[in-house]
Design a protein around this ligand. Structure first.
Ligand SMILES: [Fe+2]
Ligand SMILES: [Fe+2]
Length: 310
């Protein structure tokens, strides 16, 4: 089973002044003053979609921050740009903090209204080419489980609308996660955990970037030490890295996709995605595709699975 992992494409739609009051005004200032807007967009996404399809994945995971400010228009831009993937493959989407940017967006379930069919989990029907068995119309109850062949993708959602970019799991979500992981472990399924927030930083320490971190990270790490998964996929930090979480059941590889929509000349910091292969219940390779001047290429060359700390 081959999985493509995308993250943090940050579609951006200028909302007009009325939609820019409050927290969104801060976001706009960031986009312009921080020069973020110039880094996203152009023809990066069509090239990304073409190269993802060229890798012939069996499924696609998108770990959040599809938008800049959680406007309906931004979710629609993402849906249309990813349409060739959504129409052809099982795509599994979890939100990022930017997709829960305002209380109104969370309350109105703006993301679910546009992307709900790819967020609710369920079983992939290869004939109908759609997810079945889950109900996207009701408020989603996280975690969700996506079934693709013998592999399970478990999505969690600690994203909420606050003035900071921190996350925190709603009550009960981590207990439900632990129960689900225990059941999947009994069934000997390979599990990818999809979470927008980093667990470890690039030096392998618990991710603690102030104002940007997961506030109950320790609780999530404790769940994973008791119920290790096959691999963790996340985004949020826009420059990719990998890490390895030691657990009593063995090391868990963690992949930070970084941004898949961040066109820059520096090959270490440009848009990219991972191509992850699971065979016989094991992750057997992880390759990185990066946007270089000649298009998406394997860069760096070779396997990018993290080495467990010695
Ligand atoms: Fe992001
Ligand atoms: Fe983020």
């Amino acid at each position: 089973m081959r999985l493509a992992h995308i993250s943090d494409v940050h579609f951006y739609a200028f909302p007009g002044i009325r939609g820019s009051l409050g927290k969104r005004a801060l976001g706009l200032a960031n986009l312009y003053v921080g020069g973020r807007r110039g880094h996203f967009g152009g023809d990066t996404i069509p090239q990304l979609v073409e190269d993802v399809l060229a890798q012939r994945p069996d499924a696609v995971a998108i770990t959040g921050d599809l938008t800049a400010m959680a406007h309906a228009e931004e979710f629609e831009m993402a849906r249309e740009a990813f349409r060739p993937l959504l129409d052809a493959l099982p795509v599994c989407i979890v939100p990022g903090n930017h997709d829960a940017y305002t209380l109104a967006a969370v309350r109105d379930r703006t993301m679910e209204k546009v992307l709900g069919p790819w967020m609710a989990g369920g079983r992939w029907d290869p004939t109908e080419r759609r997810w079945t068995g889950a109900e996207p119309g009701v408020p989603l109850r996280w975690p969700v489980v996506f079934e693709v062949g013998d592999v399970r993708l478990v999505g969690v959602n600690p994203c909420r609308a606050t003035l900071s970019a921190t996350g925190r799991f709603p009550r009960g979500e981590l207990d439900r996660l632990e129960g689900m992981l225990a059941a999947l472990s009994r069934e000997r399924k390979f599990v990818f955990l999809l979470c927008h927030y980093p667990l470890l930083d690039r030096d392998g320490r618990p991710y603690a970037r102030r104002g940007h971190n997961l506030l109950d990270l320790d609780d999530l790490l404790a769940v994973l030490r008791r119920q290790p998964v096959g691999a963790v996929l996340h985004g949020h930090e826009h420059h990719w890295f990998t890490a390895s979480l030691p657990t009593p059941g063995g090391p868990v590889p963690i992949f930070n996709c970084g941004s898949s929509g961040y066109a820059r000349r520096d090959p270490e910091r440009t848009a990219g995605f991972f191509v992850l292969d699971v065979e016989g219940g094991e992750l057997v390779s992880a390759r990185r595709r990066s946007l270089l001047e000649t298009g998406f290429r394997e860069y760096p060359e070779g396997d990018t699975r993290p080495r467990p700390p010695t």
